[in-house]
Every structure is written in structure tokens, then in C-alpha cells.
Ligand binder design. Structure first.
Ligand code: BGO
Length: 269
């Protein structure tokens, strides 16, 4: 079984990886690039390989680290991703989460640095956040080693039972209509699980994904027409449309699920 650790730089991924794998680590490079690749065996589950993906903010094609991470997720298809989210920077970290959820690989969130959140007196409605994102969330402190047993139990449970994690969040109706049209072109070409990922990437005019498909000119033109129609509706380029959609969703999550201590005091005053 394969388990991948993903997250933003500084989310606590190295601390988590060391906690989960102990001494059984091996370090190399990702094929063809000088980006460090760390793997290890899960403590007390020696048959489970943990792969530490590079720390990244997004799954765009613009940095080597992002390309390494997304190629691994799409091509090697691990059984589950543990997405480490720094709870003290939750808004920024969830930007990557929205993209991991689209890869078709089941995701479990380790909501890390919860010791800091508790000390500050901030509140996160984990149940609601989990429902809105459509994946389990386990509170952790990689530093203190808390929540890790539950995290592994949850991740292994998901890996064994969940084939496809339904995507709960949808973009605005016009964007979804464009994605549905692109999915129509892709169905039969890519697996059901990763249809949405590839549709979004083609909508964003991701050159690496475009090159991967080697479409004939008429298919390329058809996709371009679909994208252009939406861009005209929004008076914006398609990549920015998707970025804005993600931020709108995340702002909504923040309003509904996160209360800073100062805000709680204002409400009760
Ligand atoms: C330093 N809680 C708290 N409070 N801190 C955590 C947790 C947690 O759950 N998890 C990790 N950290 P990395 P990436 C540091 O190194 O694992 C801390 O980039 C310091 N160092 O201890 O490296 C962790 O691999 C001096 O903090 O993250 C580390 O994802 C002063 O978060 C930092 C203060 O963790 C990043 C912190 C010399």
C-alpha cells in the first residue's frame, strides 16, 4: 500500500514524516530532476510505503516541485493522500487541498499545529469543514505527536474502502457547464477518477496536460471554443477564473468554520 504526504512548505510535513516512519527512511531524487525524494516505511506497518512529496502551494505546472508532485499523484496513484494543513495558516493551505481533492486519489486531512490553535483559543468547526470539503479531517500536532494514531487509522480505512471520493464542492454554474463539455470530450480517454482533474487543467490551458493528450486540431479547436465562451462571460482568462472560484469557496469555508478568539469575544460582548 502507498501513502503520500502532501502540504505547503512549513506545514510540519518533515516532522510528521519523521514521526510516522522513524528510522526506516531512504532519500534519493525524483526521476530526472534534482528534487529530493524521501520515502519510508510506516512504523508498525512495514508493508506501507510513505512518500514525502515536495512542499508546494499548488498543483500548477510552473515549478519542478509542483510537477513532480502532480505527476506522482496522477501516474503512480497512491492509495491515499495525507494532506497536511497548517491550521494556523488554514486559508492559504486549503488552496492546495481543493486541488488535491480533484486528483481522484482519496484524501485525508491532517489538520496540524492544533496545539497552537488551542493555545490561542481559536475555534475550527472540524465536522462542518469536513462535510464541506468531502473528506475526513483529523486534528494533529506533529510536534507533540498527538492525533497521529487516529490519523493513520483514518488514512488506512480510507485507502482500504474508498475507491472514489465524491467531489462535494462545485464551481459556479457557467464554469461547471464548460467543464462538463470538456469531460464529454475526455470520457473514454482518461479514467473516471481523474476526469475532473484533466478537464480543469485543459480549461486552464495547462500546456503540460495539453501536450500529454496530443489532440488533433479539431478537438483542440472545440476545447478552445468552450473555454473562450466562458472567458467572454467572465471577461477574464480561464486560469484566473478557476483561481477566483477556489478563493471564493475557501472564503466561504473560513466564514462558516473558523472563529478567531477575538471574533468570539466580539460576538459575546
Ligand atoms: C521549527 N505544532 C507546532 N507548534 N509546531 C509544529 C508542528 C505542530 O503540530 N508541526 C511542525 N511544527 P517542518 P515542513 C522551529 O523548526 O516539519 C514546527 O517544511 C525552529 N527550528 O517544529 O520543518 C516544526 O517540512 C525554531 O519548527 O515543516 C518546525 O512542512 C523555532 O513547524 C516548523 C520555532 O516544520 C516547520 C520552530 C529551529
Amino acid at each position: 500500500m502507498k501513502l503520500a504526504l502532501a502540504g505547503n512548505p512549513n506545514c510540519g510535513k518533515t516532522t510528521m514524516f519523521n514521526n510516522l516512519t522513524g528510522a526506516s527512511q531512504y532519500v534519493g531524487n525524483w526521476p530526472g530532476v534534482t528534487v529530493e525524494k524521501k520515502e519510508g516505511k510506516l512504523k508498525e506497518h512495514k508493508d506501507i510505503i510513505v512518500t514525502d512529496l515536495p512542499g508546494i502551494y499548488s498543483l500548477s505546472p510552473y515549478t519542478l516541485e509542483e510537477v513532480v508532485a502532480r505527476n506522482y499523484l496522477l501516474e503512480e496513484h497512491p492509495d491515499v493522500i495525507i494532506d497536511i494543513v497548517d491550521a494556523t495558516n488554514i486559508e492559504r493551505n486549503l488552496y492546495l487541498t481543493t486541488q488535491l481533492l480533484e486528483t481522484g486519489v482519496p484524501v485525508v486531512i491532517a489538520l496540524n499545529m492544533m496545539d497552537v490553535i488551542k493555545k490561542r483559543g481559536d475555534k475550527i468547526d472540524i465536522k462542518k469543514l469536513s462535510e464541506k470539503l468531502g473528506c475526513p479531517i483529523v486534528e494533529t500536532s506533529a510536534l507533540k505527536g498527538t492525533g497521529l494514531t487516529k490519523l493513520i487509522e483514518t488514512a488506512l480505512g480510507v485507502a482500504k474502502t474508498v475507491e472514489v471520493q465524491p467531489i462535494v464542492h462545485k464551481f459556479a454554474a457557467d464554469v461547471e457547464a464548460s467543464l462538463t463539455d470538456i469531460v464529454g470530450i475526455l470520457s473514454g480517454i482518461v479514467s473516471q477518477n481523474s476526469l475532473r482533474w484533466y478537464a480543469i487543467k485543459l480549461f486552464e490551458r495547462d500546456e503540460k496536460v495539453e501536450a500529454h493528450f496530443k489532440f488533433k486540431a479539431d478537438t483542440r479547436n472545440k476545447i478552445n471554443e468552450i473555454i473562450k465562451l466562458c472567458e467572454n462571460q467572465y471577461d477574464d482568462d480561464s486560469e484566473s477564473i478557476i483561481t477566483n472560484e477556489r478563493y471564493t469557496f475557501i472564503h466561504g469555508l473560513m466564514r462558516e468554520c473558523v472563529k478567531k478568539r477575538e471574533e468570539q469575544m466580539t460576538i459575546s460582548d
